[in-house]
Design a protein around this ligand. Structure first.
Ligand code: ATP
Ligand code: MG
Length: 353
């Protein structure tokens, strides 16, 4: 063979080597190659990041040192023994807990048998799946409760209560309230999906804040009364915010609604207003039981509710704060929370002036 041809072949194989490395390292999946002695003979950079505690290279380390998982070990062993592919799922406790779907296939390298494991990280997919399941179970509960009550009262009316002047109007009132609760839930879901797909536009104008708070309090007064919670509007009469009037009402309704729901008998909800050079701040202050620090950021996630057992009694799906956060950001603003356990919680909406 002429020297130039050898040179060409050499450089060709160098190139394909670097292409191969490039592909392996560009892949999102972690890839480990293991020999029959169960030692790692190659690892791409995602695997290095995922499995190496510190910066030590994975090469030549024992698989069991890196990932202590019996199923994984047996999976590699099976593929090496039977020359057949294996699929399995593992959980790996690194910096945080991650779940992988692993596909292990036999591969011949330089005449010896190896197994190549491709680790597909499904942590996020699993998390979303859990959120989806919780959402479905929550939403069916939230729809079923008012519906059950509507059906029961309609049946009672049909069975004769319609002619009972003491109760017929009251029963109709209950039916209406429950139907409205269902309508509210459905519009929250529709609303959030509109906001999240970027299909909500806001019309920002000067809005007088104090009357908006009065309207919100009027709409929620029976709920507050029922729970023995006082509503206090401390917003000065001349306060102006730059906002979409419907959206600011929606945001503050959600916050006041929460402040009533998660309050205590004899407690209060106070709305205060402050203004700095470039921004205004509307705060809803309650005297409820407060929120533990671990939950403070999560409560803005959609469908997230603290302690399902307890919050189930007060109703809700966990959409309110997600909507508030999105709407505040649409205004170029932000929503903040501060809470002291046993004392109460303050939610503040900050809006640019
Ligand atoms: P929805 O608003 O959809 O009817 P929700 O009120 O449960 O349902 P969010 O408004 O998103 O949902 O609130 C999420 C969770 O945050 C609540 O379930 C509750 O656990 C907690 N939370 C919200 N506001 C307060 C508050 N003022 N005090 C204590 N906990 C609160
Ligand atoms: Mg709410």
């Amino acid at each position: 063979m002429a020297l130039s041809t050898i040179e060409k072949q050499l450089s060709k194989s160098d190139i394909s080597q670097s292409i191969l490395e490039g592909i392996l390292n560009a892949s999102r999946e972690s890839i480990l190659v293991v020999d029959t002695a169960m030692r790692i003979t190659a690892a791409n950079s995602p695997a290095q990041n995922a499995f190496s505690r510190g910066t030590e290279p994975l090469n030549q380390r024992r698989l069991t040192e890196i990932v202590r998982d019996v199923d994984l070990h047996e999976g590699f062993q099976r593929t090496l023994n039977n020359d057949r592919a294996t699929d399995l799922r593992i959980e790996f406790n690194g910096v945080e807990k991650r779940t992988y779907d692993v596909h292990i296939a036999p591969v011949e390298i330089d005449g010896t048998r190896h197994a190549i494991g491709v680790f597909y990280d499904i942590t996020q997919i699993e998390r979303l799946e859990k959120v989806r399941q919780e959402f479905l179970s929550n939403i069916s509960h939230e729809l079923r409760t008012p519906l059950t009550s509507i059906i029961a009262y309609v049946e009672t009316l049909q069975d004769g209560a319609i002619d009972d002047p003491d109760n017929n109007k009251r029963f109709l009132g209950i039916i209406r309230r429950n139907a409205e609760r269902m309508k509210g839930l459905i519009s929250d879901i529709a609303e959030l999906s509109l906001i999240e797909t970027g299909n909500v536009f806001i019309d920002v104008r000067d809005v007088r804040l104090a009357p908006v708070i009065d309207d919100i309090f009027a709409a929620l007064s029976s709920k507050a009364l029922e729970r023995g919670v006082a509503l206090v509007n401390h917003v000065p009469n001349d306060s102006i915010v730059r906002a979409d009037s419907m959206r600011i009402e929606q945001m503050l309704t959600n916050l006041v609604d929460n402040a009533i729901k998660f309050n205590r008998e004899g407690g209060s909800v106070t709305v205060v207003f402050s203004e700095e050079s470039k921004k205004s701040m509307i705060s809803v202050v309650d005297t409820g039981e407060g929120i533990v620090p671990e939950n403070l950021q999560r409560i803005f996630e959609r469908f997230y509710r603290i302690d399902r057992g307890r919050t189930r009694n007060v109703g809700g799906t966990g959409l309110g704060l997600a909507i508030v956060k999105h709407l505040a950001r649409l205004h170029g603003g932000e929503v903040f929370v501060a809470s002291t356990l046993g004392r109460g919680t303050t939610f503040s909406v900050e809006l640019p002036l």
